[in-house]
Design a protein around this ligand. Structure first.
Ligand SMILES: [Fe+2]
Ligand SMILES: [Fe+2]
Length: 160
């Protein structure tokens, strides 16, 4: 599977979402590297965890702004999450199938006109119309060598 090279043409018009999509591209490209065994498992886990957090971020934005197409958008997110879980449970050709599914999702959900681009357009129109909304905290990229899901919330701070 080919790597994805981020270009400004992928922008949905709302920067916080674009930044997270760039992290997804980076993590996806990590799966295209020559990884094996537990390193590949970890890369797959990180990508899945990050996509999960990104979907929650978009959902909070949709909910706070009363985005009319929220349910259809959420259903499309759910399709990918369900598929990802099924693939993670496979024994064979897991990473190949995962790369195909994420690549396809990127083209159909992020770059196509109906989903993230429509949401990005709506959010920027809200801002231009003087209807500000509070964005949730951004989803940070997982630290190197660790799964986002296993990162303690207070990582790096002393325990007492
Ligand atoms: Fe989305
Ligand atoms: Fe997205």
């Amino acid at each position: 599977m080919n790597v994805i090279v981020w270009t400004p043409a992928f922008s949905v018009g709302y920067e916080p979402i674009d930044k997270q999509h760039q992290v997804i591209v980076d993590l996806y490209n990590g799966l295209c590297a020559d990884l094996s065994g537990s390193a590949m498992e970890l890369a797959e886990q990180k990508l899945g965890d990050y996509i999960d957090g990104h979907f929650r971020f978009e959902d909070v934005l949709m909910e706070r702004t009363g985005y009319a197409k929220r349910m259809a958008h959420l259903a499309d997110h759910r399709r990918l999450i369900d598929m990802y879980k099924v693939i993670q449970a496979r024994d064979q050709n897991k990473s190949t199938v995962m790369k195909i599914v994420v690549y396809k999702w990127f083209v159909e959900h992020v770059v196509s006109d109906e989903m993230d681009r429509d949401l990005g357009r709506f959010l920027s129109e809200q801002l231009l119309a003087g209807k500000p909304f509070a964005a949730p905290p951004s989803v940070e990229p997982p630290p190197a060598g660790q799964s986002a899901a296993t990162t303690p919330p207070d990582a790096g701070t002393p325990s007492r």
